[in-house]
Design a protein around this ligand. Sequence first.
Ligand code: MLC
Ligand code: AMP
Length: 478
Amino acid sequence: MSSQTVRKSPTGQLLKTTQRMAAALHTAGVARGDRVAAQVEKSPQAIATYLATLQVGGMYLPLNTAYTDTELQYFIDDAEPTVMIVDPARQAQTEALAPEVVLLTLGRDGQGSLLKSGARRTAVEPMWGSDEAAILYTSGTTGRSKGAVLTHKNLTSNCLALLGAWEFTGDDRLIHALPVFHIHGLFVAVNMTLVAGATMLWMDAFEPERVIDHFATATVLMGVPTFFTRLLTSPNLTHEVASTMRVFVSGSAPLLAADHAAFTQRTGHHILERYGMTETGMNTTNPYRGQRRAGSVGFPLAGVEVIVAEPESDAELPAGEIGSIEVRGPNVFDRYWRNPEKTQQEIRDSGFFITGDQGYFDDGYLHISGRAKDMIISGGYNVYPKEIEQLLDEHPTVKESAVIGVAHADLGEAVVAVVVLNDGRQLDPPALETSTGDELARFKQPRAYRAVDELPRNVMGKVQKAQLRDQFSDLFGA
Ligand code: MLC
Ligand code: AMP
C-alpha cells in the first residue's frame, strides 16, 4: 500500500506520461470516438490513461478492478473497445476474452507495454463540448449494464460548477482515497484537482488511520459515507487533528443524519453532502457557506435544474410533496450507448432526466427519500438485485429469489438474498455462494441468505421488497 503526492509539477511529469500513452494509443489505431477500456490498479499513471484517451479523441471506459471475467466479457462485447489497458497480471486472461482488441498493459508501478516506448505525441485532437469523452457503465434494473455516454461539456460544466460551489482552488490539497473507475473518484476528485491546479494526497486504498494522518497537510477529503463511519470508529479522530481541514465532502450514497451529527461532535466539521449519479455528474450540494443540513443533499448546482415531479408526467410538485427527482442541464449525459429505447424512456422530450430517485424539497433543500429503481448501494457501489436474482434462480435448490438491501452500520446497505426453496431442498449458503462467486464481483455477492416459504406479493404479483426489508431489518443489528 503506498501513498504519494500528485501535484502540479514543474517538470510536467503527468503531461509527459500522458503524451507517451497518447503515442501508444495512436499507434494502436485509436481515433476519434474509439473506446479505450481501462481495468487498471489505482496509480497516478491510471489518471494518465484517461487524459491520453481524451488527447487522441477517444472515449474513456474505466472498469472496476473487482469485475469477474463474465462481467468483463459483457462490457467488451457491448462497447467494442479498440484498445484495452489491463494490469500485466491479467494480460493472458483478457486476451482470451478479447482476441480482437489491442491489449496494452500498465501495472501499479507504471510498468507494462503502454509506457514501453519513450515516444511522445504532442498533437491534441480538437474536441467540441458535444463530442463524447467517456462511457461509464451503470448496472441496469433489468440486469444488463447500460453505458452512459458523457460528453466533454458534461465533464467541464460539472467541474466548473463544483469548483465554484466548494470554493476549491489551486491552494487545495485533496486526500484522494476513492477508486478511479467511478465518477466520484475520477471526474469529481481528479478533474477538479487538475483544473484548479491543486494537489492530491494519493492513496491506493482507503485506510482510516492514514487518512487521519494526512489531515495535517490536507484541506479536503471526498468520500462515500462508509469513509465517515469508519473514521468515526477511530479514537484518533478529534477536533485537533481535523482543525486545519477546510471541508469534508460526502456523496454516492445517503449519509445518516446520526453520522453527520457524530462527525460534527468529534471534529467540529459539518460534512458537506452532495448528490450525483453516473448519468449526470453532480446535481445538488449543500452550501459551502450557509447551513449544511443533515439528511439533505442541498441545492441544485449552478446551471443545473432539479425538479420533483409526478412520476407519470413531468408536472412539478409543490415543495414538501414526494415525487420523482428529475434533472436537466449541461451535466446530463448524452445517451445510453447503443440503447435508444432506454435513453428515450429515461430522458423526457423536455430534456429532464428521470433519475429513479424519489424526494422532496424543503426550504429549497432537496431531500432524497427513496428510490423508484430497485437498487442497493453498498459502500458507495451500486448493486442491482436483478443481476443476482437471475443467477440464484438458476440454482437447482432455488424456486425463486428476491435480493434486498438491509441496513448495515459499515456499508450503509448490505446485500441479502431471500430465497424460496424447491420442495425438499435445504438452504445451502456455501452452494449458493459458489453459484454467484464466479460470475459476480465480490461487492455484489450476498452477505447473508435467508429462506422463506413464499415471497410477499401485491395484487399485481409484484414482489413486495419493502416488506422483506422490514422483516430482515435487524439482520446486521444496524
Ligand atoms: C469491498 N467489499 C465490499 C465493498 N467494497 N462489499 C460490499 N460493498 C462494498 N462497497 C468487500 C470486498 O470484496 C472484500 O470482501 C471486503 O469487502 C474487503 O475488501 P477491501 O478491498 O478491503 O474493501 P474495503 O476497503 O473494505 O472497501 C470499502 C470501501 C470501498 C468503502 C473503501 O468499497 C470503496 O472505496 N467504495 C467507494 C465506491 C465509490 O467510489 N463509489 C462512487 C460511485 S459514483 P471479502 O469477503 O473478500 O473480504 C456514484 C455517483 C456519485 O455513486 O454520486 O458519486
Ligand atoms: P451511480 O449510478 O453509481 O452513479 O449512483 C447514483 C445513485 O447514488 C443516485 O441515483 C442515488 O440513488 C445515489 N446517491 C448519490 N449521492 C447520494 C446522496 N448524497 N444521498 C443519497 N443517495 C445518493
